[in-house]
Write a protein that binds this ligand. Structure first.
Ligand code: BG6
Length: 472
């Protein structure tokens, strides 16, 4: 695939993503409206890189007009963000809307549309209201599922006519994996049973919101779609030996199929359920709830894909005193000679796009999907500025083109992929890493009033969107 020009299909989405809490900042937020992330930040500021967190973020709440104009300048066809559940309501039980925040969302959506940028809206990007974590144990509670559906209904009522792309969650597996499997995030408690209950309840919440969306007829009335944004961990076994293959298959069950299967096929893989039973991971799933999941699968999925996961069978004994963790079955494996992102510690393996595309085509009924996040996090990026202060991020341009080329190959092979959303539109705070890893097409200058400055990659992306072709 050397020295070739590949065309990007006309209707292929070329956009960028972010989320509410990673950009908005706390302007206008009430003390009672903390999200899970806000609570974590308030209690553990010291673990957040340089103390940066959601408090100011990129100040998008006040600067969304400026940002929408920049999106237009770059030519983004779509922009994904979320609505902050914890801020959208003043009373989560009764669903009373915070009119000030709702007016901001209203105006922000209008601004995007006016600038020719199609909004894609996610209902939860880790913005679970803190009080629901403290009072009910968060996503471990079926009551929280009901409250989420109520919240979704209010959001659809306000913006359902204008927004055509809806998603229930961003990476629904992540919070509970970091908290209940790895115990590295607030409130730091290893508990695999809770991990699975959160997984199940989020799949149930997705199905119930899909059901509501169907009942309200949004698809028929406005031509809109509803899906979920997942981060399937594309897994490669160290070797073709049976023990490595088994380890990879089990890893895939826990970190790929656990959300992909119920979302798209409406049911869990039987082998995953058997493993849960074997290890006494009992979670509450009523037959009627499984039926709802079966009947209400998503219209499409967004997939966040950054790097491959390589595993091998365990070579060291499992410490029996530790509660069950899927790592009972595997160890991570580093491919010798692999290409690395030297900043983020993630392997760079663009062919992952093609492998993903083929799995979607062959294992998930060729459902519509798109890349909802992919990008390159770089530390100390200000070191790469030229005399005009523009960041010369050629590494990012190379990263994007390599990944796009393999994605386009997947489309040529018949995969139903409708777009590519770069993470991220601007640099933003992320959990713990805060502004450490810079991902944006647009720099946020923290020393100069959070000024926005397009990086070299933004001009390159602009050309790509205009010409719709990429040289590989
Ligand atoms: C994604 C999340 O998985 O990773 C984003 O959806 C996050 O919210 C992004 O910002 C990058 O994370 P990090 O830790 O490299 O800054």
């Amino acid at each position: 695939m050397e020295n070739l020009i590949m065309s990007v299909p006309r209707d292929f989405i070329l956009g960028a993503a972010s989320s509410a809490w990673q950009t908005e900042g706390w302007s206008g937020k009430k003390e009672t409206q903390d999200s899970y992330i806000d609570l974590w930040y308030k209690n553990n500021k010291h673990v957040w890189h340089n103390g940066y967190g959601p408090a100011v973020a990129t100040d998008y709440y006040n600067r969304y007009r400026e940002d929408a104009a920049l999106m237009k300048e770059i030519g983004l066809t779509h922009y994904r963000t979320s609505i902050n559940w914890s801020r959208f309501l003043t009373d989560y039980e009764n669903g009373n809307v915070d009119e000030e925040y709702a007016a901001y969302v209203d105006s922000m959506i209008n601004e995007l549309i006016q600038q020719g940028v199609e909004p894609m809206i996610c209902l939860e990007h880790y913005e679970l209201p803190a009080v629901l974590l403290e009072t009910y144990g968060g996503w471990g509670s079926k009551h929280v599922v009901e409250l989420f559906v109520k919240y979704a209904e209010k959001v659809f009522e306000r913006y359902g006519e204008r927004v055509k792309h809806w998603f229930t969650f961003n990476e629904p597996i992540v919070v509970q994996t970091r908290v209940y499997l790895d115990a590295i995030r607030y409130p730091f408690e290893q508990n695999t049973r809770k991990w699975m209950q959160w997984n199940f309840n989020k799949s149930l919440a997705t199905a119930k919101v899909v059901q509501l969306f169907k009942e309200k007829g949004y698809k028929e009335k406005y031509g809109s779609k509803i899906g979920v944004i997942l981060n399937p961990e594309v897994t490669y076994a160290r070797s073709s030996a049976k023990h490595d293959q088994d380890a990879a298959r089990i890893y895939d069950l826990f970190f790929y199929r656990v959300f992909m299967d119920p979302s798209i096929k409406g049911e869990y893989p039987a082998e995953l359920l058997e493993l849960m039973e074997k290890h006494d991971i009992v979670f509450e799933a009523a037959d009627s709830e499984l039926e709802i999941i079966k009947e209400n699968t998503v219209d499409y999925v967004g997939l966040n894909l950054y790097f491959p996961h390589r595993v091998k069978a365990r070579t060291t004994a499992w410490n029996e005193e530790v509660p069950f963790h899927p790592a009972f079955y595997y160890e991570m494996f580093e491919l010798p000679g692999r290409k690395m992102n030297p900043f983020r510690g993630w392997e760079i393996y663009p062919q992952i796009m093609l492998d993903m595309a083929l799995r979607m085509r062959d294992e998930y009924g060729n459902i519509e999907w798109f890349i909802a996040e992919n990008g390159m996090g770089v530390e100390n990026e200000f070191n790469y500025k030229n005399e005009q202060k523009m960041i010369q991020d050629d590494y990012r341009i190379e990263f994007i083109s390599e990944h796009l080329k393999w994605l386009l190959k997947g489309i040529e092979e018949g995969s139903n992929c409708s777009g590519y959303m770069l993470w991220a539109f601007t640099d933003n705070v992320s959990p713990m890493n805060a502004f450490k890893n810079r991902y944006g097409l647009v720099e946020i200058d923290l020393d100069e009033n959070r000024n926005r400055r397009m990086k070299k990659s933004a001009y390159w992306y602009q050309e790509l969107i205009k010409k719709r072709e990429i040289s590989v």
